[in-house]
Design a protein around this ligand. Structure first.
Ligand SMILES: Cc1cc2nc3c(=O)[nH]c(=O)nc-3n(C[C@H](O)[C@H](O)[C@H](O)COP(=O)(O)O)c2cc1C
Length: 381
């Protein structure tokens, strides 16, 4: 079997993850909504964009550092929030990801639905981090969560706005998949086919929504909790409430149009985060890289811009930065590494992205992130 150190690219890490995880867990990471049209478009759209280079440039010294939401990072990419990381690596989970991010000098954004608490996370990976939130029905619970995040040293929050209801992930239905997993003949047979994973799962604490473990009503598991808390009535007033309640840096994640981007800027967001949730929410949404130029025009430099969804290669990062993003967020790109090998697997994923980015910049003849300008992009007609 392929080993972590021999994984040449993110696609190799995905294969390692598939070999390690029960099918239902692999599909939970890998899959998207409905017919997975957006999931496929997200990656295909990057491939439709071509790059042209400047020849005979001195590329001895390449600087990939950026500042985003007040934090300086060694690379223009960071960890996007994803729920329940212990499900993908029961021993490592969020701790493994946060440690690997810290070692690589990039930011870690922790999901509200993480499987270890924010306080525990700060113990294992002290230093600046971001926390992802929703505007839930129970505003007091959200306000209390923000206060805890501040006390635990989180310097910014990410308000996710593309999830008024959960997307229709049909692979999960087919696999009887829930968080935490329930025992059915299908889930049991899939788990038994991956004894290493099963052993780790059974010899580590039960996976739950650790930030809310003090709330007794959580016994129904993640999905019931999410369904009970998600408020379909949330509108821009809810976002304004969040802006008023949290005094630190704020990003709004899940922006798809120029007009919503502008609205986020006017509300006082520090960063506009262009995302379709990796194709897991509204299917047939356009690829984020295709909506980015119009959004960047509308933002006009009044806020920073983050892009995610479909980033798998260093050249994808280059394209997003050239078309107006200040940084990209990684979802499945690091999750496959986590599943493949815990902290070492995430470290491998981040190294792959870093090496690919540096190689692409050298080949382009551009030695700083600021030099990644739209003229390197050649869109095929
Ligand atoms: C397994 C999984 C769980 C996720 N959980 C969350 C979450 O809890 N909160 C959130 O804002 N986004 C969540 N996302 C979306 C990611 O933050 C990100 O937007 C997306 O994965 C980017 O697309 P990519 O996976 O193609 O890189 C999740 C994504 C995946 C794959």
């Amino acid at each position: 079997m392929l080993q972590l150190s021999r994984a040449r690219n993110i696609a190799d890490l995905r294969l390692l993850a598939r070999a390690r995880l029960p099918r239902m867990v692999f599909d939970y990471i890998d899959g998207g909504a409905d017919d997975e049209v957006t999931l496929r478009r997200n990656t295909a759209a990057f491939r439709d964009i071509e790059l042209v280079w400047d020849t005979l440039k001195d590329v001895v010294n390449i600087d990939t550092s950026v500042t985003l939401m007040g934090e300086t990072m060694r690379s223009p990419f960071f960890i996007s929030p994803t729920a329940s990381s212990r499900l993908f690596h029961p021993r490592g989970g969020e701790s493994a990801v946060a440690r690997a991010a810290k070692a690589a000098g990039v930011m870690y954004a922790c999901s509200t639905l993480a499987s270890i608490s924010m306080e525990e996370l700060d113990r294992v990976a002290p230093g600046p981090k971001w926390f992802q939130v929703y505007v839930w029905k129970d505003r007091e619970l959200v306000a209390e969560t923000l206060a805890r995040a501040k006390a635990a040293g989180f310097t910014g929050i990410i308000l996710t706005v593309d999830l008024p209801v959960a997307g229709n992930r049909e692979r999960d239905y087919a696999n009887d998949f829930t968080i935490p997993p329930k025992v059915t003949w299908r889930t049991a047979s899939q788990a038994l086919a991956r004894p290493g994973y099963l052993y780790d799962l059974m010899t580590t604490p039960r996976i739950g929504t650790a930030n809310f473990a003090h709330l007794k009503k959580l016994d129904g598991g993640l999905i019931d909790f999410v369904n009970a808390q998600f408020d379909r009535g949330v509108d821009w007033n809810g976002a304004a409430w969040m802006r008023d309640t949290w005094k630190g840096k704020l990003a709004i994640k899940g922006i798809a149009t120029a007009s919503d981007a502008r609205r986020a800027v006017e509300l006082g967001a520090d960063a506009v985060w262009v995302s379709n949730h990796g194709g897991r929410q509204l299917d047939t949404a356009p690829a984020t890289i295709d909506t980015l130029p119009a959004i960047a025009d509308a933002v006009r430099g009044d806020a920073e811009i983050v892009l995610d969804s479909g980033v798998r290669r260093g050249t994808d990062i280059v394209k997003a930065l050239a078309l107006g993003a200040n940084a990209v967020a990684l979802g499945r790109g690091y999750l496959w590494g986590l599943a493949a090998g815990g902290e070492a697997g995430v470290a491998r994923a981040l190294t792959i992205f870093d090496e690919e980015l540096r190689r692409a910049m050298a080949l382009l003849g551009r030695t700083s992130i600021a030099a990644l300008t739209p003229d390197i992009v050649f869109k095929r007609s």
